[in-house]
Design a protein around this ligand. Structure first.
Ligand code: ATP
Ligand code: MG
Length: 138
């Protein structure tokens, strides 16, 4: 277990003005922001980030969605960060997300679900370094 995870506020949430509200929920849950920036991913870069899903039927839709507008990428620090953040964001499908989760409040569908959260310590480190150099992590 490490104490860092990686998140993106996805284009749906950026474009409908939810960035501040989501960051507020992240702060209220006790996560410290260690690195943060807004980026408009190209389709190629979005595809690279989600390459693990390249054989899935929704991959094309996912790449189109993730390159539709800017995202906010961030590295977050808290004890048990990966697991606690997955609890805070809720289920992939907002219809199954619990009350009080970010996806319950901000996601509109299984595809357009407002936030990303790393699923393991290993992926948190890989995904964090996709966006941030050591110099950009505080
Ligand atoms: P994320 O990795 O973005 O935090 P997740 O870990 O909850 O989400 P994954 O299974 O890793 O879910 O899927 C990655 C993303 O692909 C989802 O967040 C969603 O945007 C999209 N996705 C997943 N399943 C579907 C689906 N059945 N139809 C459309 N899009 C989907
Ligand atoms: Mg995932």
């Amino acid at each position: 277990m490490t104490n860092r995870t990686f998140t993106m506020i996805k284009p749906d949430a950026t474009l409908n003005g939810s960035t501040g509200g989501i960051l507020g929920m992240i702060n209220a849950a006790g996560f410290r922001i260690v690195a943060m920036k807004m980026v408009h991913l190209s389709a190629a870069k979005a595809g690279e980030f989600y390459a693990v899903h390249s054989e899935r039927p929704f991959y094309g839709e996912l790449v189109e969605f993730m390159s539709r507008g800017p995202i906010t990428a961030a590295i977050l620090e808290k004890e048990n960060a990966v697991e606690d953040f997955r609890k805070l964001i809720g289920a992939t499908n907002p219809a199954q997300a619990e009350e009080g989760t970010i996806r319950k409040k901000y996601a509109t569908s299984i595809g357009e679900n407002a936030v990303h959260g790393s699923d393991s310590d290993e992926n948190a480190a890989i995904e964090g370094s996709f966006f941030f150099s050591k110099l950009e992590q505080f």
